[in-house]
Design a protein around this ligand. Structure first.
Ligand code: ADP
Ligand code: ADP
Length: 237
C-alpha cells in the first residue's frame, strides 16, 4: 500500500533527512516510527503525502507513484491521506464541527468550502466521526475551549470525515500529559482496528510504541536501523 523505493531526501542546505529508504507498509498496519530527535521521522512521514519532496527514489501509495503525480493527481491522492500534527492544527475560533467538516474540503469546489457550505450528508458524516472519538456533545463548542487531548481527538475525527485510508500522525502526543496520551493513542488504535485505516505514528518514546504498534520501525540519522514486530524491539530509542 505504501512503498518507498530507494528514497533519499537531501535538504537544500545539504542535510540528509533520509538515506536510501526501502520499505513497504501494508494496508491496515499500525506502524510506529521511533527515533531520537533529528532521526528523520518527520521527513519520512511528510514524504508520504509530499509535504516534503524527496530528492531521490520514488514513493507509491495504493500502487500509484505520488512522487510523479501531477497537481490534479496529487490532490486526489492526498484526499486518502489524513494528517495529524503535534499542535493539532485546528482553526481555534470556530466550532468543533466546522473543523471536522474541513476534512471534506478536497471533495468540493473551493467556492463552496470558502463559504462553509457543505451538503447535509457531510454534516452527518462529521457527527458520526465525532461520535467515534466520543466528542459529539462538543460539536458546537468553540475548538479553543477544548483540552489538548480533546483537540487532538477532533483532529482524528477530521481525518475520518475526510474518509482517509491512511493516517499519518507526526508526534501526536508530544504535547499531551500521560492520561490524554492514552486517550489519543486508544482512539487511533480503535480506528485502525475498526475501520482498517493504515496508521503510521511518529513517537519519541519506545514504551508507548510497544503498547500500541504491531510493527516498529526505528530510524537513526535518516536510515532504518530496526524494522520488526513489537516483541523484537529493544530498548534503543
Ligand atoms: P525527526 O522528526 O526524527 O526529529 P526530521 O525528519 O525533522 O527528524 O529531521 C531529520 C534531519 O533533517 C535533521 O538533521 C534535521 O535537522 C534536518 N531537517 C529537517 N527539516 C529540514 C529542513 N527544512 N532543512 C534542513 N534540514 C532539515
Ligand atoms: P521541502 O522542500 O521538503 O518542502 P524545504 O527544504 O523547502 O522543505 O524546507 C524549507 C526551509 O525550512 C529549509 O530550506 C530550511 O531553511 C528551513 N528549515 C526547517 N527546518 C529546518 C531544520 N531542522 N534545519 C535547518 N533548516 C530548517
Amino acid at each position: 500500500m505504501i512503498e518507498f523505493q530507494n528514497v533519499s531526501k537531501t535538504y537544500p542546505n545539504g542535510t540528509k533527512g533520509l538515506k536510501d529508504i526501502n520499505v513497504t507498509i501494508n494496508p491496515g498496519e499500525f506502524v510506529v516510527i521511533v527515533g531520537l530527535s533529528g532521526a528523520g521521522k518527520s521527513t519520512f512521514l511528510r514524504s508520504i503525502n509530499r509535504l516534503h519532496e524527496v530528492t531521490e527514489g520514488e514513493i507509491f501509495v495504493g500502487g500509484t507513484s505520488i512522487t510523479k503525480a501531477n497537481g490534479k493527481q496529487l490532490r486526489r491522492m492526498r484526499r486518502d491521506i489524513g494528517m495529524i500534527f503535534q499542535q493539532f492544527n485546528l482553526v481555534k475560533r470556530t466550532t468543533v464541527i466546522n473543523n471536522v467538516l474541513s476534512g471534506r474540503v478536497g471533495y468540493h469546489s473551493t467556492f463552496r468550502t470558502m463559504l462553509g457550505i457543505y451538503p447535509k450528508a457531510d454534516t452527518e458524516l462529521a457527527l458520526q466521526s465525532l461520535e467515534r472519538v466520543n466528542l459529539v456533545e462538543k460539536a458546537y463548542t468553540r475548538s479553543d475551549q477544548l483540552s489538548g487531548g480533546q483537540q487532538q481527538r477532533v483532529s482524528i475525527a477530521r481525518t475520518l470525515a475526510q474518509e482517509a485510508k491512511v493516517i499519518l500522525a507526526d508526534e501526536p502526543v508530544a504535547s499531551l500529559d500521560p492520561l490524554t496520551t492514552t486517550q489519543v493513542m486508544d482512539d487511533l488504535k480503535k480506528i485502525n482496528q475498526e475501520l482498517g485505516i493504515t496508521t503510521i505514528v511518529n513517537l519519541h518514546f519506545i514504551d508507548i510504541a510497544r503498547q500500541y504498534a504491531t510493527r516498529i520501525i526505528g530510524l537513526n540519522a535518516g536510515e532504518i536501523v530496526f524494522d520488526g514486530p513489537v516483541e523484537e524491539a529493544t530498548d534503543q530509542k
